[in-house]
Design a protein around this ligand. Structure first.
Ligand SMILES: [Zn+2]
Length: 402
């Protein structure tokens, strides 16, 4: 099938996206150079093609030197390594990146950036290669992945890329979309323009009432999600945050109502608490809204809805930072298998205008996970991880060491 013609326009795809998908454009742009601001412009619809490259850098003028900027993985490093190594030390990236030009290469109709350039930009040194495997950086400040794979590790946290790493010439390259929508907001959350200071947290206990959610041997999903939300609410209130619940009892609340509660607020974060079920799966995963054009990881193949722009996409960078903070704190505290940070278009994270995530705190269908989820101790750990994540996110986007 030929991309780029009327078909895509019928799907509501903008001309620039059609252009970027057009195979006739492939390999024509490899000599174009972009500045840091051009490449890292991370607001909606900016990562699809050259037509959208803007000359106005979105990166704020605040320098990391002045703000002492932090990575949202702070809690992870503290818990696992007993050190604050994941803190992006003052000046590390900007001093080397200012004035650096990026040279994207075209692959599969998309812009890709060689990892050598990524390493140079973020001050992470040379790329280490072993066959398809490659890594960058040292200590807690590392990136690791493999050509042709979507599994990608920032620090030790697993993230699932929207597009596999690609081997182009002698370099392993990351898609510009993944660089902009994943790597940049995780490594430099303090550069997110317009990220609000968090005062309120919306706790959304999944399911309820007639909707039991997943049914486990030792209890229903709806019961465990409510318990985690209530425990988290207590911890957050004690820590001085305002807390808003979408439900506080075993009642049915529609997805629309849940989003309405969230969208009345500002300076707030939204977290939807769920537990998984199915197959032989186990472990923890966190979902942030898919950027525009990226297939949802809960579906097979591309759908018309992949090309829509949803309210939540206005928060793409915050969503990524918040998901990373939530997931890394959960992995560090709960000690379960890391299934990664993924992308989906679940209704609540798609329609919420606050930075939003959906966490899956284990599998009710897996006997060991089920045992844990049924224990109040585990649910307290999960709740504690949400408090820790809120604190890490807030510090990270402010860039302040407080
Ligand atoms: Zn659920």
């Amino acid at each position: 099938m030929k991309f780029g013609g009327p078909l895509l326009r019928n799907l509501g795809v903008s001309p620039s996206l059609s252009l970027s998908l057009s195979s006739s454009l492939a390999a024509t742009l490899s000599s174009t150079q972009f500045s840091a601001g051009d490449i890292l412009d991370c607001r909606e619809a900016s990562c699809f093609g050259p037509k959208n490259v803007t000359a106005v850098p979105r990166i704020s003028r605040r320098s990391a030197l002045q703000t002492g900027g932090r990575c949202v993985l702070g809690g992870m490093a503290g818990a696992l390594a007993g050190a604050c190594g994941m803190q992006i030390e003052a000046g590390a990236a900007p001093s080397q990146s200012s004035g650096m030009a990026w040279s994207p290469v075209r692959f599969s109709g998309r812009d890709y950036l060689p990892l050598e350039q990524v390493g140079r930009f973020y001050g992470m040194g040379m790329v280490q290669r072993a066959g398809k495997e490659c890594s960058l950086g040292t200590g807690e400040k590392t990136l690791r992945g493999a050509a042709d794979s979507t599994d990608f590790f920032i620090s030790r946290i697993k993230c699932v890329l929207s597009y596999p790493l690609a081997e182009v010439g002698s370099s392993v390259c990351i898609s510009r979309l993944d660089l902009v929508k994943l790597v940049e907001p995780v490594l430099r959350p303090f550069k997110i323009d317009g990220a609000e200071r968090v005062e309120t947290v919306v706790l959304d206990a999944g399911h309820g009432g007639s909707d039991r959610g997943a049914v486990g041997r030792l209890g229903d999903e709806k019961t465990f999600t409510l318990d985690v939300a209530m425990r988290t609410g207590q911890l957050l209130s004690r820590a001085g945050y305002k807390v808003v619940f979408t439900r506080t009892s075993d009642e049915f609340v529609s997805l629309e109502e849940r989003v309405q509660v969230a969208n009345r607020l500002s300076r707030a974060l939204f977290v939807s608490v769920h537990f998984n079920s199915g197959g032989s799966g186990s472990g923890l995963e966190t979902f942030a809204l898919s950027p525009r054009g990226v297939p949802s990881m809960s579906n097979e193949g591309a759908r018309v809805s992949d090309f829509g722009v949803y309210p939540g996409n206005l928060r793409d960078p915050e969503n990524t930072a918040w998901a990373t903070a939530a997931h890394s704190a959960m992995i560090a505290r709960c000690g379960m298998m890391d299934r990664g940070i993924k992308r989906a278009r679940f209704y609540v994270i798609r329609e919420a205008t606050l930075p939003s995530v959906l966490i899956e705190g284990g599998f009710l269908s897996h006997s060991e996970d089920m045992q844990r989820i049924a224990s109040p101790w585990y649910r307290q750990q999960l709740s504690g991880s949400i408090l820790e994540a809120v604190r890490n996110y807030r510090r990270a986007v402010a860039g302040s060491p407080a």
